[in-house]
Design a protein around this ligand. Structure first.
Ligand code: IDP
Ligand code: MG
Length: 149
């Protein structure tokens, strides 16, 4: 089944939103397959955001992501990559719809609370960057027949 990489950024952790955010993914019916609380190295942050290396906000973004702990997670489910992006909302929280995580809790593009992979291929790369294979657990929650036909 499809998997995506989700990270609660330092602002989400500092603001006490970890439980709220995990709840939204659980309540949707997605399956948690990996999670760790970590202080991100500059090397990992630069690699993760490598696509934005030439953007004016890159250094500030790396400073921010490495400034305080994050919660890194892998979630599984049919169509989870695109669906997680919908749960998260638009990059700029001011443009994100109410009901989305960024729409409900954010007010600034540089403090948008959460990261989610933008495509299936990106998700595979990000999962491999952040997690080792033995940190990911394949399991069958007993609720599955009540979530999937
Ligand atoms: P995404 O997180 O919705 O995929 P991207 O365009 O991939 O958005 O940008 C990655 C991250 O870079 C954003 O989540 C945000 O933290 C930061 N970012 C993007 N644009 C800006 C900006 O204009 N100013 C400050 N930070 C930005
Ligand atoms: Mg992105």
């Amino acid at each position: 089944m499809e998997r995506t990489f989700i990270a609660i950024k330092p602002d989400g952790v500092q603001r006490g939103l970890v439980g709220e955010i995990i709840n939204r993914f659980q309540q949707k019916g997605f399956i948690l397959v990996g999670m760790k609380f970590m202080q991100v190295s500059r090397e990992l942050a630069e690699e993760h955001y490598g696509v934005h290396r030439d953007r004016p906000f890159f250094n500030g973004l790396v400073d921010f992501i490495t400034s305080s702990p994050v919660v890194a997670m892998v979630w599984e489910g049919d169509g989870v990559v695109a669906s997680a992006r919908k749960l998260i909302g638009a990059t700029n929280p001011l443009a994100a719809e109410p009901g989305t995580i960024r729409g409900d809790f954010g007010a600034n593009i540089g403090r948008n609370i959460i990261h989610g992979s933008d495509a299936v291929e990106t998700a595979q790369q990000e999962i491999a960057l952040w997690f080792t294979k033995d940190e990911l657990i394949t399991w069958q929650p007993t609720m599955m027949p009540w979530v999937y036909e």
